[in-house]
Design a protein around this ligand. Structure first.
Ligand code: BGC
Length: 742
């Protein structure tokens, strides 16, 4: 294959011993302006690659552009056969035969699905998260994909925004670790291997702060939040060597990020030294026009190219406008050269010039997908992602010998919803259901569906579906609950209720589920609420009344097996919330690392910062999660004698009867600074495993990296003064101490 490729390849100077930079430079010299601009153009697939399909008007044009070398990358073309065909078309028929990049949103797995990213974040287990991304890359690379549009590293404090399911939650420090782990998992140590793929940190930047959680909405945030919260995981991804960055749909402080010069050129490329390339979000260059930032597509292309967006996803703005813009002097050709250079470099690094069919191996395609080992790892990841929110009277774990276990709720028997959103190439209806999982542990299970919560005919606008007010199924479920020893209520959101364009203003259990739960609770108090959802929900009544609550998110292919293992005590839940659960939607945005006000606590005086109809505290705070065992924290020691390396030690003891894992969390509070600092900031965490009655000393180190922050001029500063420390089991409880930085 390799020999054949070189035989017809017309580019000189491909000698192995030349550096990639030299090869790219020589190649650039051979390229026409049209071909360089072509590298900056990405098209969507979805058509029969043996030829254009008539009903897709663009297909014929795209096909022609591919042959001319006017396309640098395709998205959503998968499968070795399809990828090979297109690659061959370009390599053999275009003038220079420059291979294509093939990208797709491989967000939490290709065929074997891991938990949704928000769920994985709840594991606080970076090795497991890295492994999950590794497996996604193994499978995706086996079907011809060499680039994933992941990880999404958008910090968000707003559960109304449907895309929180896709990210790592609300905290920049946790988000930074997750970004690193995922980039490492996808890209591995050597990008040129046929099982590693380029990663893409997205969406640069601020998308998670869309106003009122409404999809594609405006973002208006201050510099402190931008620099210290939003940018943190992106910087971590760049430092971890991420090859690409995607900008976004949103306007940030008046400028659409796709056209934001300061973000893309000044911060990302200059200040951080990012040497990969930036891809636009889907049609986001063209969207500069409706944003009111560009007059027409030509101006949109001009602005985006100048701002540093290197590749255009599906706007056709570059391929139709950029050549003319260069010829008329509106865009300097050096910008095109720079973009093309960045893109070609990634292609070289992926090894595509050595073998454009590197990712097209039928044998691998057959062997890699849905491998047993992949499912075993997905199951482990799923188990680690489960969060125990409440367990009054040790209702959980369920005793296997209970004669009558009722399982109620449509989601319990749903093999699609646990897969969550963003699972483009996985097989629908392929998850292990909760019911199937439970039946492997006990023969004493009876199921009742209850009212339907999901009507596929409503295009997912299910809250307004007439079918969802149909109470049939309710009485059967209540009757079953009445005669059972314990009732497992499997409730939450269906698989597409969160994700892109799934913003919601109501975050309670959708449809008739709360009513169902309340009716069941009237006849049986031994209720366990098993939640399947893609975002924090508002569960005030549930948290007050239901004795046991298990947050299982959407756990992917192995969901039912993991949930059953937790419910029956085969594993001990150890997840911690990566995002605050509000009491009601009015509290949003709600997050633990907020600033103090000037009137934090003047109770019972009315003039302090609070609501008059709900308390300030969330329902479940960031970092919270219980275990079947209990952990005691003691002996907090702070040694600040070395001011460059403050040592913090604490002892954790497993005081219960179960072996269990605990995520030990360290928070700091910089008490007085030149710009106000959050009341708490996560700056360290360690996951430890303790046998019953065992103790372990855990050590943290605080250096400038943890103690400093970005001021409003985007300079990293470390300021002397007193720092409070809290080490504990969540963002709301732990041991306190302090030290002074001189
Ligand atoms: C999303 C991106 C995604 C792209 C391609 C857009 O709608 O915002 O995150 O990568 O589509 O599928």
């Amino acid at each position: 294959m390799i020999l054949l490729y070189f035989a017809m390849y017309s580019i000189p100077n491909m000698a192995q011993n030349n550096s990639i930079a030299q090869k790219v430079d020589s190649l650039l010299q051979l390229m026409t302006l049209e071909e360089k601009v072509g590298q900056m153009n990405q098209y969507n697939g979805f058509w029969d690659v043996t030829g254009p399909v008539p009903e897709n008007g663009n297909a014929a044009m795209k096909y022609e552009h591919l042959k001319k070398g006017w396309v640098g990358s395709m998205l959503n073309v998968t499968g070795v056969k399809n990828v090979r065909k297109l690659q061959q078309l370009v390599v053999e028929e275009s003038r220079l035969g420059i291979p294509l990049l093939f990208g797709q949103d491989v967000i939490h797995g290709y065929k074997t699905l891991s938990p949704i990213p928000l769920a994985e974040a709840a594991s606080w287990d970076m090795a497991a998260i890295e492994m999950s991304a590794r497996i996604a890359a193994e499978e995706a690379s086996a079907v011809g994909i060499n680039w994933t549009f992941a990880p999404m590293v958008d910090i968000s404090r707003d559960a109304r925004w449907g895309r929180v399911m896709e990210g790592g939650g609300e905290d920049p420090y946790l988000g930074m670790h997750i970004a690193r782990a995922r980039v490492k998992g996808f890209q591995g140590d050597d990008l040129s291997k046929n099982n590693t793929i380029a990663a893409c940190a997205k969406h640069f930047a601020g998308y998670g702060f869309v106003e009122s959680g409404k999809e594609y909405n405006t973002v208006d945030i201050g510099t402190s939040t931008l620099y210290n919260t939003v940018l943190t995981p992106f910087k971590a991804a760049v430092d971890a060597g991420v090859k690409t960055i995607m900008n976004g749909f949103n306007v940030l402080n008046g400028v659409p990020v796709t056209g934001d010069f300061r973000l893309q050129r000044e911060i990302l490329k200059e200040k951080w030294g990012f040497d990969g390339f930036v891809i636009s979000d889907w049609a986001s260059i063209g969207e500069l026009v409706p944003h009111g930032f560009a007059e027409d597509l030509a101006q949109a292309a001009e602005i985006a190219a100048k701002a540093g967006s290197d590749m255009d996803m599906e706007s056709s703005a570059y391929v139709t406008q950029l050549v003319e813009l260069v010829k008329t002097g509106r865009v300097n050709e050096s910008l095109v050269d720079d973009a093309a250079r960045r893109i070609l470099t990634v292609k070289y690094e992926l090894g595509l010039f050595d073998d454009p069919y590197r990712y097209c191996n039928e044998k691998r395609e057959k062997e890699e997908l849905n491998r047993k080992e992949h499912h075993a790892a997905a199951l482990e990841m799923a188990k680690k992602s489960i969060v125990l929110l409440k367990n009054e009277g040790h209702l959980l774990p369920i005793k296997k010998d209970q004669p009558k276990i009722a399982v109620i709720g449509e989601l319990a028997n749903d093999n699609n919803s646990p897969l969550g959103s963003w699972r483009l190439s996985s097989d629908n209806n392929s998850a292990v259901t909760v019911l199937e999982g439970l039946k492997k542990f006990s023969g004493n299970i009876t199921y009742a569906r209850g009212p339907k919560i999901f009507d596929p005919n409503t295009n997912f606008l299910d809250e307004i579906s007439p079918n969802l007010t149909d109470e049939s199924g309710l009485s059967e479920a209540v009757a079953l609950a009445k005669t059972s020893d314990i009732v497992l209520m499997v409730l939450g959101e269906h698989g597409f209720q969160s994700g892109e364009a799934r913003s919601r203003t109501k975050l309670g259990l959708p449809g008739l589920q709360l009513k169902l739960l309340q009716e069941v609770y009237k006849v049986n108090k031994n209720v366990v609420l098993v939640l399947l959802n893609g975002r924090p929900l508002t569960l005030e009544w549930e948290a007050k009344n239901i004795p046991a609550i298990l947050e299982t998110w959407q756990l992917g292919s192995q969901a039912g097996n993991a949930i059953a293992a937790a419910l029956f005590g085969e594993i001990n839940p150890s997840g911690k919330l990566p995002m605050t659960f509000p009491r009601n939607v009015g509290q949003i945005p709600i997050y633990y690392n907020h600033f103090s006000t000037g009137r934090p606590t003047l109770e019972p005086n009315v003039f302090w910062s609070h609501y008059s109809d709900v308390q300030n505290e969330p329902l479940f705070p960031f970092g919270f999660g219980l275990s079947y065992t209990t952990f005691a924290y003691s002996d907090l020691q702070i040694d600040s004698s070395d001011q460059n390396n403050i040592k913090v030690e604490v002892t954790i003891t497993n005081t219960g009867d179960w072996a269990g894992e605990e995520v030990v969390q360290l928070y700091i509070h910089d008490k007085v600074a030149s710009i106000v600092r959050p009341v708490k900031e996560l700056k360290g965490f360690q996951k430890i495993n303790l046998a019953p009655k065992a103790s372990q000393k855990v050590e943290f180190h605080l250096t400038e990296k943890e103690l400093g922050f970005y001021n409003n001029a985007y300079e990293f500063v470390v300021e002397p003064g007193t720092f409070d420390i809290m080490v504990g089991t969540s963002s709301q409880s732990g041991l306190h101490g302090s030290f002074t930085l001189n």
